[in-house]
Design a protein around this ligand. Structure first.
Ligand code: SF4
Length: 285
């Protein structure tokens, strides 16, 4: 029988699995990386600090939009950022020895964050355009007896998902290729909340050349979302059955597990590397 979008084929699975956009994205890019992160549950002790800025901006905005506009202040926005960054930085750097550039990097991250949020406040103020929202909103749906899908939304209004995007963003890429938006819109409609689509709230970094403050609403049609569920089901089946083969490519350069892959290939002591350079999920920081 031919597969149809209306009747996705149920995966043959024996284990319980919860999928998310980031799991699926990792699986699609490299199955070996998926194994390290989700099967072995290891993470590098020396985690890069360059994502801390975006995480702390997100955290600050999630608190900002969780309250009524009249309650919002610039001082709170900046304070939330500062607290979040300090905590995150401490988590990242306390696992490893200190580097000479740590202090300089921290200061420049704080300055960049202050600049971004000050410009944000100057642009939107208390921002009545976005009222009090559900922020960092976790939504899950059960797809089969042993498969569920979950997503955490930056911000949810009555009929739009709002995604904060920091950095150097190209709107066209987001509109056409942002898998997360397709999955989250499908997820919300699946649980009976008919969102129109995603509003990209773009917050350029101070150094971004080709990005500016923008709010870009992208509607997602049912037709666009019709294949999301069957794709999730197929990937769940792949994860259940397929070996964790490495996808060696140019992107290995920026992979945090590169030393393990290289050691595996060259007959190195992988267990020693894991014990000395990585943490297992049940180990405390
Ligand atoms: S180094 Fe390359 S092959 Fe190895 S896990 Fe990372 S992306 Fe995959």
């Amino acid at each position: 029988m031919r597969e149809s979008k209306q009747m996705p084929r149920m995966p043959r699975m024996s284990n319980m699995i919860t999928l998310s956009h980031s799991k699926i994205s990792t699986w699609k890019s490299c199955r070996r990386q998926y194994k390290f992160i989700y099967d072995d549950k290891i993470s590098p002790i020396d985690e890069p600090t360059y994502f801390a800025l975006g995480r702390s901006i997100h955290d600050s905005l999630s608190k900002f939009y969780a309250i009524e506009p009249e309650m919002r202040t610039q001082q709170d926005l900046v304070n939330w950022f500062a607290k979040s960054l300090a905590d995150d930085w401490s988590r990242l750097t306390s696992r490893r020895e200190a580097y000479p550039d740590d202090e300089r990097d921290y200061k420049s991250t704080v300055e960049n964050g202050y600049t971004m949020l000050t410009r944000y406040w100057n642009r939107y103020g208390i921002d009545k355009q976005i009222g009090k929202c559900l922020t960092e909103h976790q939504v899950s749906v059960q797809l089969t007896d042993n498969l569920s899908f979950t997503g955490k939304l930056d911000c949810l209004t009555s009929n739009w998902i709002i995604e904060h995007k920091t950095g150097n963003i190209t709107v066209e890429d987001l509109a056409l290729e942002d898998d997360q938006s397709f999955m989250y819109c499908w997820l919300m409609r699946k649980v009976g909340r008919p969102v129109k689509g995603t509003v990209y709230n773009i917050i350029p970094s101070p150094t971004a050349q080709s990005s500016s403050f923008q709010r870009v609403p992208i509607e997602r049609t049912d037709n666009e979302l019709a294949s999301v569920e069957s794709e999730i089901l197929q990937i769940a089946e792949e994860i259940e059955w397929l070996p964790r083969l490495p996808t060696r490519s140019y992107s290995c350069k920026s992979c945090q597990f590169r030393m393990l892959c290289r050691a595996e290939r060259q007959g190195g002591d992988v267990e020693y590397l894991i014990d000395s350079k990585f943490r297992r999920a049940n180990e405390t920081a």
